[in-house]
Design a protein around this ligand. Structure first.
Ligand code: MLT
Length: 326
């Protein structure tokens, strides 16, 4: 090898070593897609768009929100599980990540190990609501009417695996009365039908219901947390309104496909933490009855531990209830 060719070979080898490091340092160098596994205009969409906008400022790239609704959130989750693990396709999903492994016997993706966790985002209370002219003034009257009319009552939800489905199941079990469930691709479109009066009831997150309740377009009976919610201070808890122990709230987390490099996951996690410190985001969350998780919870490790514990928590409950989708 001549002197010149040896120098060229050394330069080429150096470039080969430096290239992956440069590619990582440059992440992200194009827009990132965040899949919401429910329809636009619903609670997951609302949380995702708020977080995505602020994360995009930190990352110096736009986070494009794409709604892939259907099958209780499993279609959107599948899309991300099967995407390239390069940091450019993410998933913002909720408690359905904890319930889906028990609810679905057959899925075309790994619902337990198919994702890298980036961080928890928020935990959202739910509210039991009805169409505006539903003939009940409080939860006790609502339960009485539901027990009388049973399957003639329509309860909207976002499919098996949705938070509204889980809350509806718990409600039917608590009052020992089955009703007719009406599945949508998300509670955004379900809310349109509830406001329009074509369905009777829904249990949905405050991020979708607070403004409708304040505007009087739906009737609210209870919030599903142990204490009242500052955004809806007049609304009793389910326990206060006559259903002791009826508590459910909806945690959210941000995911990447399994195999996404740790450097990218950590960069996304730092951007998520920065977003959750943003004063305007915190205020908007508060207006909608929720709050960001702590900075420690917005980490890959805390998120994974929480998610896996939630899978273990729900599996026996769902198996005992005999609730499955195929
Ligand atoms: C949605 O965004 O439509 C919801 O989170 C649906 C649900 O889980 O109830």
């Amino acid at each position: 090898m001549t002197h010149i060719t040896r120098r060229a070979a050394l330069a080429a080898a150096g470039a080969a070593v430096a290239a992956p490091a440069l590619a990582q340092a440059a992440y992200p160098n194009r827009p990132i897609t965040v899949i919401v596994p429910f329809a636009a205009g619903g609670p997951t969409d609302t949380v995702t768009r708020l977080v995505a906008e602020v994360m995009g400022r930190d990352l110096g790239q736009t986070l494009v929100v794409e709604n892939v609704g259907g099958a209780g959130g499993t279609l959107g989750a599948q899309r991300v599980a099967q995407a390239r693990p390069d940091g450019y396709t993410l998933l913002l999903h909720h408690i359905g990540m904890g319930t889906t492994p028990a609810l679905y016997r057959r899925l075309s993706y790994d619902a337990v190990n198919g994702f890298e966790t980036i961080g928890l985002v928020t935990e959202v209370p739910m509210t039991i609501i009805a169409k505006r002219d539903f003939p009940a003034r409080n939860l006790a009257e609502l339960i009485q009417v539901v027990r009388q009319r049973k399957e003639a009552i329509n309860l909207a939800n976002a499919g098996i695996g949705a938070a509204s489905h889980l809350c509806g199941l718990l409600f039917q079990a608590a009052i020992q009365t089955p009703v007719t469930t009406v599945p949508y691709r998300g509670t955004g479109p379900a809310m349109n039908d509830l406001v329009g009066g074509t369905v009777d009831l829904m249990c949905d997150q405050t991020t979708n219901t607070t403004e409708q309740i304040r505007a009087g377009t739906v009737r609210a009976f209870a919030v599903t947390t142990g204490t009242r919610n500052a955004a809806l201070p007049d609304l009793p808890t389910a326990a206060e309104a006559g259903l002791p122990g009826f508590e459910v709230s909806v945690w959210h987390g941000l995911y990447a496909p399994r195999g996404t490099p740790a450097e990218i996951v950590n960069r996304l996690s730092r951007a998520l933490q920065a977003a959750l410190r943003d004063e305007r985001l915190i205020q908007r969350f508060a207006d909608l009855g929720t709050a960001p998780v702590s900075q420690e919870q917005a980490t890959p490790q805390a998120h994974r531990a929480y998610w896996q514990a939630d899978i273990a928590k729900w599996r026996p409950i769902i198996q005992a209830a005999g609730q499955y989708a195929d």
